[in-house]
Write a protein that binds this ligand. Structure first.
Ligand SMILES: [Zn+2]
Length: 260
C-alpha cells in the first residue's frame, strides 16, 4: 500500500501530481477523525485543527505516516486529551467505530443510497464544511476511510488482491469502469478493456492505435507491484482513479507523454 507516498512538506509548485492522491487520502482521513471526535465530544469540529498529514521516522529508521489534529485554541482547550489511549474515547476505538459501525457516523450517513450514488468524492452532506473549504478539492470519503483502514489493519489491500468486500471500496470497480469509459470523450476512437485475468481493473488505449494503455488503479495501490503481478509491460501506465476523476485532461496528457 502507498501510505507514505505523499507529497508532504513541499511547496505547491514542486508537488508531484501522482502523489497528491495519497495526500488527499490522508487529509480526508484526518477530516473524518476530526468530525467524528467532535461529534462524540459534543463540540464543533472547529474546536480542532486538522493539521497536514506527515511522515515520521522512528528510532529504528522505519517511516510511518501520521495524521495530526490539535486543539484550535492556541493555549489548548484540552479536547485532544480526550482522544489519548487511556481516556474515555481513545483514538483507536474511534477509528474502529468509524470503519465498521454501520449505525454510527460516518458509515450511517455516507452509506445512504442517494448520497453514495451522487457523491463521487465529497460534498456538504459528508466531509465538506465551510472551515475546510480550502481542501474541498482533496476531500474524498472513500479514500479517507481506506487510508484509516490501512493504518488500522496491515492486511488490508483496498482491492489490490481483488477483494472489494470493504464498504469504502465496494463500488470502486464500477466507478473505475465509468472513468475508463469516459476517456472515450477525450480520446476519440480509443478502446476500453481490462487487465488480463483481472476484469476488475479497467484499461483503455491512450490513442486509437491500441499500442499504449492506461490502467485505472486505486490511489493506494502500489502500481509497480500490481504490474508485476498482473504482467503488464511498459506499454502500460498506471493512472489512479482519484486523479483521473479530478483532472482527466491533465492526467491523460501526462500519461501520453510518459508512455512512448
Ligand atoms: Zn458526500
Amino acid at each position: 500500500m502507498r501510505l507514505l507516498d505523499m507529497d508532504v512538506g513541499l511547496s505547491m509548485g514542486r508537488r508531484e501530481p501522482t502523489r497528491t492522491s495519497v495526500r488527499a487520502a490522508a487529509i480526508s482521513a484526518t477530516e473524518i477523525l476530526v468530525q467524528r471526535a467532535a461529534l462524540d465530544l459534543d463540540i464543533a469540529p472547529e474546536e480542532f485543527d486538522a493539521l497536514a498529514p506527515n511522515i515520521m521516522v522512528t528510532a529504528t529508521g522505519e517511516r510511518l505516516p501520521y495524521l495530526q489534529l490539535s486543539d484550535a485554541l492556541p493555549n489548548g482547550s484540552g479536547f485532544c486529551r480526550h482522544l489519548l489511549g487511556d481516556s474515555t474515547i481513545p483514538v483507536s476505538v474511534l477509528i474502529k467505530s468509524i470503519l465498521d459501525e454501520t449505525n454510527e457516523w460516518p458509515r450511517r450517513e455516507f452509506a445512504v443510497e442517494a448520497h453514495r450514488r451522487s457523491c463521487g468524492s465529497s460534498c456538504y452532506r459528508c466531509l465538506q464544511r465551510y472551515n475546510n473549504r480550502n481542501f474541498h478539492g482533496l476531500l474524498d470519503w472513500r479514500l479517507g476511510l481506506a487510508y484509516l483502514r490501512a493504518i488500522a489493519d496491515p492486511s488490508y489491500e483496498a482491492g489490490f488482491d481483488g477483494d472489494y468486500g470493504c464498504f469504502e471500496v465496494s463500488d470502486w470497480v464500477a466507478s473505475a469502469m465509468d472513468l475508463a469509459e469516459q476517456t472515450k470523450t477525450f480520446i476519440p476512437g480509443n478502446t476500453v478493456a481490462h487487465a488480463k485475468g483481472r476484469p476488475d481493473i479497467p484499461t483503455f488505449s491512450l490513442d486509437n492505435s491500441r499500442g499504449r494503455w492506461g490502467v485505472v488503479v486505486h490511489p493506494l495501490w502500489d502500481a509497480r507491484k500490481l504490474f508485476d503481478r498482473v504482467g503488464l509491460d511498459r506499454t502500460h501506465i498506471a493512472i489512479d482513479s482519484f486523479e483521473l476523476a479530478r483532472r482527466p485532461l491533465h492526467v491523460l496528457q501526462r500519461a501520453r507523454a510518459a508512455v512512448r
